[in-house]
Design a protein around this ligand. Structure first.
Ligand SMILES: *[C@@H]1O[C@H](CO)[C@@H](O)[C@H](O)[C@H]1NC(C)=O
Length: 387
């Protein structure tokens, strides 16, 4: 009796284990109908992958999708829904899911209509850049110092947050916050390269890389300088209190200033992994250097490249090549196309084998149509979670 029970559990365990599409330590959060609704109420840009455990494309996508989730944490959450689970079938139908995986971007939770990811590649960098480029622009860019005061005056009846940054571009974190608080807080951003505008507004010029977040209460043109930590959680907490409006900004700011930066053990582990991933990216892309990433985590990355080389070129370069091939005429375009077909044929074959062994399952798999993903290389390997 005991042995047959043991046998039964041995048979069952692998079946359950294979039901998980994403790795155990993945930052991809599984949603059901209820948590999906809750997630959409947060007004954030997020990606949702609609998957089925038996789907081979989903299994191949999972590690890449997880790497993008790590890279984008905590700015853009990456979610997944198991459409094979009976309790999620209605949600998947409502979302018009017809094949797996279907990845959709929700630019501002339930506030804006979603879009289907139709990129040709399901790689970490493709997901990363797709998600960041789909964040609706909600911060007003103030290019010249002289534009700042008119903007402050024009928006005087609102709560406003102004970023003075030394960065060339509006930082990703600021874009994310501006999108999240759209309709509740006006966001502006100004590049204050040498600190001249800071001085014009009555503040010190500041260090080389220092950012300043200024907050204006409705009806006031006198700014408060936010004194907390320039990260997503701290800034969100601060803005939540500002919007709440029941407590004086001075008091909230004192609280933010006193807040100690003590990440939880879990958060610390995530940050270490993010750092390792960023270094790996600088060394040639997401896909090839996962071993290097591990080497960094293990603390023996120093002579990694001497021993293992630099891996193959990053996906960014390949994309560039493809774009050039398209411009460069039919011959090279054809080469690119046939390479694509070869990969697809191989995948189809693998899928057929899979389908045969699992005859009862539906076999539809989404075939993505190519979309030129223009990758912004300037931010590769940069920590975008801080201002
Ligand atoms: C989401 O946006 C709407 C419209 O601006 C707003 O009413 C709602 O409070 C926002 N939700 C959150 C969680 O900020």
């Amino acid at each position: 009796m005991l042995s047959s029970r043991l046998l039964l559990s041995l048979v069952l365990i692998p079946a359950f284990a294979s039901a998980a599409v994403f790795p155990a330590d993945s930052l991809v959060k599984m949603l059901d109908a209820k948590t999906f609704k809750k997630a959409m109420k947060a007004n954030q840009t997020s990606l949702v992958a609609f998957v089925a455990p038996w789907c081979g494309h989903c299994q191949r996508m999972a590690p890449e999708y997880s790497k993008a989730a790590l890279g984008l944490h905590p700015l853009v959450p990456l979610y997944a829904v198991d459409c094979d689970d009976d309790k999620n079938k209605r949600l998947c139908a409502e979302q018009g899911v017809q094949g797996f995986p279907t990845v959709k971007v929700f630019p501002r939770g339930s506030q804006l209509p979603p879009m289907v990811y139709e990129g040709a590649e399901r790689t970490a960098s493709a997901f990363y850049y797709y998600a960041t480029r789909r964040i609706p622009a909600s911060s007003t860019s103030l290019f010249r110092t002289e534009e700042i005061v008119p903007w402050i005056e024009k928006t005087v009846d609102q709560r406003r947050a102004l970023l003075l940054t030394k960065d060339k571009k509006v930082p990703l974190l600021w874009k994310v916050l501006a999108n999240k608080y759209k309709g509740q807080l006006e966001f502006g951003a100004h590049r204050d390269k040498k600190g001249k505008s800071s001085v014009a507004l009555g503040f010190e010029a500041g260090d080389k890389k220092e950012s300043k977040v200024l907050v204006y209460a409705p009806g006031s043109n006198k700014p408060f300088r936010y004194e907390g930590i320039n990260k997503f959680d701290s800034l969100s907490k601060f803005f939540d209190s500002v919007i709440d409006g029941t407590v004086d900004i001075n008091v909230i700011n004192e609280e933010a200033k006193a807040e100690e930066f003590e990440p939880s053990e879990e958060e610390l582990a995530i940050q270490q992994k993010q750092e390792a991933q960023r270094i790996a990216l600088l060394h040639g892309g997401y896909s090839d250097l996962i071993d290097f990433e591990q080497a960094v985590l293990n603390g023996n990355a120093e002579n990694y490249h001497d021993v293992h080389g630099f891996g193959s070129p990053p996906p960014l370069k390949k994309k560039d090549g493809e774009a050039k091939a398209k411009e460069g005429g039919a011959a090279s375009a054809e080469t690119a196309a046939s390479a694509e077909t070869a990969a697809t044929a191989e995948e189809v074959k693998a899928e057929t084998v899979k389908a045969e062994t699992e005859a009862a399952k539906p076999t539809t798999e989404a075939t993505p149509t190519p979309e030129a993903v223009k990758v912004d290389e300037s931010h590769v390997g940069k920590d975008e979670t801080e201002l």
